[in-house]
Design a protein around this ligand. Structure first.
Ligand SMILES: [Zn+2]
Length: 120
């Protein structure tokens, strides 16, 4: 079971990495699906070893491999936050008995009369 949590956490890191590319590219109208990731300063295309969530940032000490300019803390923070969020959602789904937002969501849409009956 622990391995499953680890896989979901890693998947969350990858989703966070993808979110970073969307956050960076969406305002400028660039495609975040087709174009390869690049350094915002020197525009050098990044290789696979520069794109491992969190680890690449730590190994490169927060600097671009090619131009040595500082990489924003936003990238590893969003990756880590998304990984933790994925982990917590899974944890909540399997382990916690009292607070289950997914249950609220499902119940609300399946049995809306139950919730609205208190309002009348
Ligand atoms: Zn660079």
């Amino acid at each position: 079971m622990g391995f499953f949590y680890f896989i979901v956490f890693i998947f969350g890191l990858m989703v966070g990495s993808f979110l970073n590319s969307i956050i960076y590219r969406l305002p400028s109208g660039e495609s975040f699906l087709i174009q390869r990731s690049y350094c915002p300063y020197c525009k050098h295309k990044l290789s696979w070893k520069d794109l491992i969530p969190i680890f690449s940032f730590l190994i490169l000490k927060g600097k671009c491999r090619y131009c040595q300019k500082k990489i924003s803390w936003q990238y590893p923070l969003i990756e880590l936050a998304t990984g933790i969020l994925f982990f917590l959602v899974l944890w909540n789904f399997f382990h916690r008995g009292k607070f289950r937002p997914h249950r609220l969501f499902v119940n609300f849409y399946l049995f809306p009369n139950y919730y609205f009956s208190f309002m009348i």
